[in-house]
Design a protein around this ligand. Sequence first.
Ligand SMILES: [Zn+2]
Length: 342
Amino acid sequence: MPENEKRAQYKHDKAELQRLYVLFNQLFPTLETIWHELLHIALSRALIFCKHCHCTNFIRHAGTRKGTCLSCGKKQSLTARSFLRNIRVPAAWLFLQWLTAQGYIFSAHLIHDITGVAQSSIAHIEKSIAAAVGGQPNEASVLVKSAMFQKLVCHRSRETPRGMHPQDEELNFDSEEAQGQPDLESRLTALDHNQVLIAKMLSDKPIGCDNLTVASGLPFPMVASSLTILEMEDLAIRLPGDRYILKNANSVNSNANSAAEKSNLQPKQAISVTLFENVMRNKFSGASRKCLQTYLDLFWCVIDRSWTYVKLSQTCFGAGYIGGWRILNAVSPQELRVPCSP
Ligand SMILES: [Zn+2]
């Protein structure tokens, strides 16, 4: 994105977030309204247990997270061991949950700019919400290789190899995958002469069945059947328009495979991928590889509008305490869950 467009986007996002923050403060002007909103769903759905008698009926003390158990009469914190354990800025936690439930996603940097809350705290809250959401089953998601998002990866993380580009984190997975696979030559020994001939003509550049027929001098049906065998043997990938590329084999080629994988997606899934890429590029100026799944989980709340505040609050409480340690150690796997709009 050109620099002036980037600035215009930032300005637009800032104005929108400002408007939302004003609205939020009108809706939740006091600490009491904030604690009420943060806890009333968990309380009404019996998600908070008394640590003395396991009863789920409490009276909350106005303006605080403390409550009195209606069964044993003991006072306690209603957020102990929960998603909201030890939180210091309840307004920020509610603001982020509220924004997510409205289908908005903003960078921690921008939210810090508007609210004044530390950027690291905002990032921690966003990641906590994503972790809670990501623990939910999502039938409308598709698994894709993280290499598909390679171009988005430009932020360093503690996973980035020293002195290397953030995108090189992907190499860890590539080499692990390559180690588990026999090399191309040994896989070709199981094939017949014609199949080997066709396999050796494939590369990471798509080539049509017609061109392969001309170049190989073999009859068309033989080329077509050889390609089918290569596909079944997981050596070739068929692209739209009856074109083929060599599957990663011994030379791992993430770009070719990610292009192939993208063209294999259903239209709805491809739209989700493109939308996600746009959000990450325009609002976050890219991502770290480590956090790709985190952002995909947040993005799910944006595109799937069944994520109401009630559902989100309940899910977060159901997830229990997440904490900084778990977030710090979360690394996106090689296969990412990409949500699709229902
Ligand atoms: Zn009790």
